[in-house]
Design a protein around this ligand. Structure first.
Ligand code: NDP
Ligand code: 2IT
Length: 446
């Protein structure tokens, strides 16, 4: 790394100690940006990158709520408003006990570049809480969401900051959050995305992230004259993103052979299709956070405590969570002949893992490019809300497909222009950066 980038990393680590995930996300981007600073001294002079690593605003708040037994619990709520150069802050809310400031800052940082790539006018943000939805009743989740929104509502708005779902936050939670926002403000606006279809949601939004990942995979394979049809695919996770991806792989004639949870992974050589895909929704709704029941129900092999990356597959789609695929997993995939790794989760591959993919020369796409279909369709939901007019499913899907193709082509062209053809990480980081950086230059010292 150049001295300049080195200095920024040292500064980021010193100023944000105890935030390893945030350091990791910043480092991955910084490594790609060197050729940009060589060619464009104006960004360096204006300290654009130094500004981008400092969130515009962070809100941290207390979330008290009462369980069904009358016991009081206190969680911590967060919203990171990272960058609003190209549009209102936009990004999901994560409810998971592992949530920390570091995790949300890494996610918000990634979101800035991802949203920039979508071609839509959205800035970057992320939020959530260390609340654990596991085993909670609907009423408990509702009370938590109402309490969370009772503070969050004053910091968001359809033209200010538009949250959505992420791990642990789906249509049910968005419903409770929206209801409380409406009560507090007396406004029915597009302040959240991922809403129910009868009250402003968009068709295809639930499927969008997973569909987008597979559209992107198809574009990657096309560059080598290949396609999903007939390929075996390892998917990790079992949640919203994994479900959409499995559905689309099946539609395109591929075969998904694994799913995973924190308890281990299942291997199904006949392929996860039909009612098995339907069952994924049940696992997600049960909030038990495990996939062993899938193996029991469909009588397939279960590997407790293991990740799915030892399976012999052509394509891998990590769709669970950050840092779920390390250097050894990457080596295992390459050794077994995997030709394409396309990320559905945010930062699922460690930095040493992605170096393995790069040196093996296989197709590898970072989440900020390949999972952008979720937030892109959130952007389409915002457009429909502004017009007060819903689009048919086919129209949303066609726009999503077009956006994924455009992100793919932008990554390819940018990587080539900056001297490393086929490097999707470099292409995504540079293209995402340039749009935001130019907007920041044009808007003065903000
Ligand atoms: P869901 O809440 O729908 O699904 C639960 C997922 O959480 C499971 O796949 C599970 O995978 C994972 N999980 C379980 N334990 C943990 C843990 N200890 N820490 C973190 N995650 C855990 O989540 P989504 O499908 O919405 O999100 C999956 C990934 O996709 C995340 O990285 C998210 O940021 C990303 N993403 C989501 C988008 C969306 O629109 N929903 C858009 C773009 C990206 P496992 O049990 O194997 O860990
Ligand atoms: O990581 C992500 O892009 C999301 N969780 C979706 C964000 C959104 O605003 O739809």
């Amino acid at each position: 790394m150049s001295d300049y980038i080195d200095k920024i990393m040292i500064h980021v680590k010193a100023k944000n100690s105890n935030e390893p995930e945030f350091h990791q996300a910043v480092e991955e981007v910084c490594e790609s940006l060197e050729p940009v600073f060589e060619r464009h001294p104006e960004y360096r002079a204006a300290k654009i990158l130094e500004r981008m690593v400092e969130p515009e605003r962070i809100v941290i708040f207390r979330v008290p709520w009462m369980d069904d037994q009358g016991e009081i619990h206190i969680n911590r709520g967060f919203r990171i408003q990272m960058n609003s150069a190209i549009g209102p802050y936009k990004g999901g809310l994560r409810f998971h006990p592992s949530v920390t400031l570091s995790i949300l800052k890494f996610l918000a940082f990634e979101q800035v570049f991802k949203n920039s790539l979508t071609t839509l006018p959205m800035g970057g943000g992320k939020g959530g809480s260390d609340f654990d939805p596991k085993g909670k009743s609907d009423n408990e989740v509702m009370r938590f969401c109402q309490s969370f929104m009772t503070e969050l509502f004053r910091h968001i708005g359809a033209d200010t900051d538009v949250p959505a779902g992420d791990i642990g936050v789906g249509t049910r939670e968005i419903g409770f959050l929206f209801g409380q926002y409406k009560r507090l403000t007396t406004e029915f606006t597009g302040v959240l995305t991922g809403k129910g279809l009868n009250w402003g949601g968009s068709l295809i939004r639930p499927e969008a992230t997973g569909f987008g990942v597979v559209y992107f995979t198809e574009e990657m394979l096309k560059t080598k004259g290949l396609s999903i049809a007939g390929k075996s695919v390892a998917v990790s996770g079992f949640g919203n993103v994994a479900w959409g991806a499995v559905t689309k792989v099946n539609q395109l004639g591929g075969k998904v052979v694994t799913l995973s949870g924190p308890d281990g992974f299942v291997y199904d050589p006949d392929g996860i299709k039909g009612e098995k895909i339907q069952y994924m929704l049940e696992i997600r709704a049960s909030a038990k956070d495990e996939v062993k029941s899938f193996a029991d129900k469909f009588k397939v092999q279960f590997f407790p405590g293991k990740r799915p990356w030892s399976a012999k597959v052509d394509v891998a789609l990590p769709c669970a969570t950050q840092n779920e695929l390390d250097e050894n997993d990457a080596k295992e995939l390459v050794k077994n002949g995997c030709v394409c790794v396309c990320e559905g989760a945010n930062m699922p591959t460690t930095i040493s893992g992605l170096k393995v993919f790069h040196s093996a020369g296989i197709l590898y796409s970072p989440g900020k490019a390949s999972n952008a279909g979720g937030v892109a369709t959130s952007g389409l939901e915002m457009s429909q809300n502004s017009m007060r007019l819903p689009w048919p499913k086919e129209e949303v899907d066609a726009r999503l497909h077009q956006i994924m193709k455009s992100i793919h082509d932008t990554c390819m062209q940018t990587a080539e222009r900056f001297g490393d053809p086929g490097n999707y990480v470099m292409g995504a980081n540079i293209a995402g950066f340039l749009k935001v950086a130019n907007a920041m230059l044009e808007q003065g010292l903000v």
